[in-house]
Each structure stands twice: as structure tokens, then as C-alpha cells.
Design a protein around this ligand. Structure first.
Ligand SMILES: Cc1cc2nc3c(=O)[nH]c(=O)nc-3n(C[C@H](O)[C@H](O)[C@H](O)COP(=O)(O)OP(=O)(O)OC[C@H]3O[C@@H](n4cnc5c(N)ncnc54)[C@H](O)[C@@H]3O)c2cc1C
Length: 454
């Protein structure tokens, strides 16, 4: 049996709302990416007068895939450069999905480029592929380095594959991923020294240098310089740790000039606690309350080593925080009515949004047991203050989970199809919720999902 507790259920009271417009940045970002790819193809087209015979086709295809692979490397780095405008409007999780998809395409393009060029050259020079490979690797400028870079790419691709990823920890995977920076550095030279489209073409060379130097500057600035400057300026420290529910604690933090940080409800930061065993990893946790002058708060459920250790943090522990990141904010809202749908610790960004989102807001908060409903006291207080509806749904007896259905959701939220939905919960729940919402008539563009799983 599933138990539903309903808190204050009234229409919203006097909270101003304006009708936000959908950002066009995600569309523009994709347009820029595809226009760049078209530019790369145009470069090959303008340099190619004719393609003759199988060797010509193979080499031509090898050149195209090589150019696209090189360009895709720059795009992949730019997507992960944590550029605030992109991060905020596209969203960190969507950027990560684009990056993962782009990564698979880049590996495939690199592999195709290597095989096609070897095959095409061996047909042209009437040698077998093995001796052609050794000629290319040992005698062409920068190709020994390029081969090392290619092998590094392959290794990262294999490690990033889902099955392998499950066997290694997130941190190991994350640090191994940095090998791609080295791989790009190693392969960069051979593009300019061997690429038929670059040799003697100063304009193409200048464009390639500008692209890669521009992306390197973005990465250096946003991933290294900004976090360093912020760490020194804000001087964050743990002020207190409070239990909220079994296995869930809130970590309160204090610091200087926090108003400059600009963290919005719904956003997250990557937190590096300078304590034993924790300092070498920065894990993402959402703000579980709106930032206040000099104060921030996160609420964390034990999932493994890092999250579990936060319950034992001593007040005074220094903290470096990177961010704020993510686009799961009020900017996504397109309708005056909003449903917030939380599962378990997915309540954290929604708790902050519940306090601050304008308009008519309803919160549905699912957990296994009543005692797992973290932050319930303050949620009830916010609901009473803003006269919003809250539905707590817990599964009883343990082990029985009520299905998330279109009719179930519609009975709790009248006029559901007219709502924007902010959703955060475990992957199974999120999948079920999305299909139930779609069935209930909520358009996909109005479902805003934050995923805690990478
Ligand atoms: C955008 C975002 C916001 C989040 N907000 C919260 C929150 O407010 N409260 C909360 O309790 N949890 C939150 N999480 C989840 C939290 O980051 C992970 O549970 C935690 O980092 C797990 O680390 P661990 O060492 O305790 O567990 P592990 O056993 O190492 O990992 C458990 C799971 O978390 C994943 N994970 C581990 N480290 C990271 C990392 N650095 N980045 C991304 N995924 C990782 C692993 O792939 C694994 O699936 C959030 C995650 C993301 C991506």
C-alpha cells in the first residue's frame, strides 16, 4: 500500500511570475557545431579537384573522417569547458550527454580515418597494409606521436564504455579521462604537417590554430583559473553538519563574498573538502536551500565513500567549490503552473526551487519510508507560507513501490498537462515519471529533468 500525506493545498498566493521565454542558446550551440562541421567539409571540397579510383575514394574518405575527428575533438573539449552560458542554458547533464555521444562519434571517426588512410595509401603505393602502416608511423612527420595519441583515445573510449565504467570508480574514470587532453595534444601536430588540406594552406592553418587555441583558453580559464580565484576569494568552511534522515545529513557552509558566487536554486557545485581522504576528489551536490548572505547548504545521502564521509566533517574544514553549475533553474520554466517531482535525495534542488519559484507550485515527494522524508519540516513551513500543495508518498510495507502513472499524477495535480515539471530522482523513478507525464499530456519540452547519475 502506498501512503499519501497531503500538506496545505491552496492556490498560490501573490508570488509574482512572469512568463519566461525558452532560451535559444541550445539551438544556437547546435547550429554553431553543425556549421563548423559543414565548414570542415567545405575545406575538403575546395581542396579536392577530382577523386580517382578506389585508392582516391579511400584516401578522400580518410581525409574527411580525419578532418571531422580533429574538429570533433575541439567541440568535445569546448562542451566540457564549463562555459557558464552553455552550462546554464543547455544544462550540465545535457552537455555531458552531447559530450558522450560526440566522444563515441570521435572514436569511430578516428578509427575510420586510420584504417581508410592506411588502406588508401597501400593501394596507391601497391604495398600491403602492414608495411604501409610502418612506413606511415615511422617516416611521416609527427605520426609516431599521432599513433600514441590514437592509442590513448582508443583506451579512453574503451574505459568510458558503460560495462567497463561500472567496474572502475568514478574518480579513476574521471582522472583517466584527462588522458584525452594528452591524446589531443599528441595528435594535433600530424594534422597540420600531414593533412593535405592544411599543407600550404595558410588560411586553413590559421583557422585550425584559432579553433584549438580558443578552446584551450576556454578550458584553462573556466576549469582552472576561475575555480582557483573563487577558492581564494570565498574561503569556504564547514560551519555545521546536521542529520536530516537516516543516512542523510545537511552540511552548512560559510564564506566570504558569497553573493558574488551567484548560485541559483536548482544549481549544484563540485565540492572538494580539504579533509583526510576527501581532498583529492570534487563531487557534485546541489544547493538544498537558496544561498543566503555568507551561507550555503547542501544535503547529502550516503551513496559511497565520499558522501558517507561528509557526516563526519569537522566544523572549520576548508572547502573548495567549483561552480555553480547546471541549468535546472527557474529559467527553464515556461508555464505559470509548476509541478516539482522528487524521489529520495532528489529533493535537494527541488527544496530550493520550492521556496523560490514564482507561480503556482505543487510538490510531490516520494520516499521509501516516512522517516526518509528529509527536510520535511521546512518543506511544510514553505508550503504553509506560500500556500502550495505538497503530497508526500511513501511505500509501505517496505519493498512495495507504488507505480507512477498518468492517472495517479493527474488525480494529485489537476490540469497536469498545463504544468512545467521539474523532476529529480533515481533513474528508475525518473524514467517511469517521464513516461507517465507524457501519457498525461505534458509535452517533453516542459519536463525538466536533473540526473544525479553520470
Ligand atoms: C548534478 C548532480 C547533483 C547532485 N546533487 C546531490 C545532492 O544534492 N545530494 C546527494 O546526496 N547527492 C547528489 N548527487 C549525487 C552525488 O554526487 C553522488 O552520490 C556522490 O558523488 C557519490 O560519491 P560517493 O563517493 O559517495 O559514492 P560512489 O560509490 O563513488 O558513487 C556512487 C555513484 O555516484 C556516482 N558518482 C561518484 N562520484 C561522482 C562524481 N564526482 N560526479 C558524478 N557522479 C559521481 C558514481 O558513478 C556512482 O554511480 C548529485 C549528482 C549530480 C551529478
Amino acid at each position: 500500500m502506498t501512503t499519501t500525506f497531503t500538506s496545505t493545498t491552496y492556490a498560490s498566493r501573490g508570488m509574482r511570475h512572469r512568463r519566461p521565454r525558452r532560451s535559444i542558446v541550445p539551438f544556437l550551440a547546435q547550429l554553431v557545431i553543425w556549421t563548423g562541421a559543414a565548414g570542415v567539409l567545405a575545406l575538403w571540397w575546395s581542396d579536392t579537384t577530382s577523386v580517382i579510383g578506389p585508392a582516391g575514394w579511400l584516401t578522400g574518405a580518410g581525409r574527411i573522417t580525419g578532418l571531422l575527428a580533429g574538429y570533433a575533438c575541439a567541440v568535445l573539449l569546448a562542451l566540457m569547458a564549463r562555459i557558464p552560458l552553455l552550462d546554464h542554458t543547455v544544462g550540465t547533464d545535457r552537455l555531458a550527454r552531447w559530450h558522450a555521444l560526440g566522444g563515441r562519434c570521435t572514436i569511430s571517426l578516428t578509427l575510420a580515418h586510420t584504417l581508410l588512410i592506411i588502406w588508401g595509401y597501400s593501394l596507391t603505393s601497391h604495398t600491403n597494409v602492414v608495411s604501409q602502416t610502418s612506413t606511415l608511423v615511422l617516416h611521416y612527420p609527427d605520426l609516431l606521436k599521432g599513433t600514441a595519441g590514437f592509442l590513448l583515445f582508443l583506451a579512453t573510449g574503451v574505459l568510458s564504455a558503460r560495462a567497463a565504467r561500472r567496474k572502475i570508480s568514478y574518480e579513476t574514470w574521471h582522472y583517466l579521462h584527462f588522458a584525452t587532453y594528452l591524446a589531443i595534444f599528441l595528435t594535433y601536430g600530424h594534422q597540420l604537417s600531414n593533412g593535405a588540406d592544411f599543407v600550404g594552406n595558410r588560411l586553413a592553418q590559421a583557422a585550425w590554430y584559432t579553433l584549438f587555441l580558443g578552446v584551450a583558453a576556454l578550458v584553462a580559464w573556466h576549469r582552472f583559473a576561475v575555480p582557483l580565484r573563487r577558492g581564494l576569494r570565498h574561503r569556504l568552511r564547514v560551519t555545521a553538519v546536521h542529520p536530516e534522515a537516516p543516512g542523510v545529513v545537511s552540511v552548512h557552509l560559510g564564506g566570504e563574498h558569497l553573493d558574488e558566487l551567484g548560485g541559483e536554486p536548482g544549481q549544484f557545485l563540485r565540492w572538494r573538502f580539504l579533509a583526510r581522504g576527501l581532498w583529492w576528489t570534487a563531487n557534485p551536490y546541489s544547493l538544498s536551500a537558496p544561498a543566503q548572505t555568507g551561507r550555503l547548504r547542501i544535503t547529502v545521502k550516503t551513496a559511497g565513500g565520499h558522501s558517507g564521509a561528509l557526516a563526519r566533517l569537522a566544523p572549520g574544514t576548508r572547502v573548495w567549490a567549483e561552480g555553480p553549475y547546471g541549468g535546472f533553474t527557474a529559467h527553464r520554466r515556461t508555464a505559470p503552473k509548476v509541478l516539482l517531482l522528487a524521489g529520495g535525495v532528489g529533493i535537494t534542488p527541488l527544496r530550493a526551487l520550492f521556496e523560490t519559484l514564482p507561480g503556482q507550485v505543487t510538490l510531490i515527494y516520494r520516499a521509501r519510508r516516512p522517516e526518509d522524508l528529509a527536510l520535511r519540516g521546512e518543506i511544510d513551513a514553505i508550503a504553509a507560507h506560500r500556500r502550495a500543495a505538497v503530497h508526500y508518498i511513501v511505500d509501505e510495507p517496505a519493498g512495495y513501490s507504488s507505480p507512477l502513472t498518468a492517472s495517479g499524477l493527474s488525480s494529485l495535480v489537476p490540469d497536469l498537462a498545463a504544468h512545467d515539471v521539474y523532476l529529480c530522482g533515481p533513474p528508475g523513478m525518473a524514467e517511469a515519471a517521464i513516461s507517465a507525464l507524457r501519457e498525461a499530456g505534458v509535452p517533453g519540452r516542459r519536463i525538466h529533468h536533473e540526473s544525479f547519475a553520470f
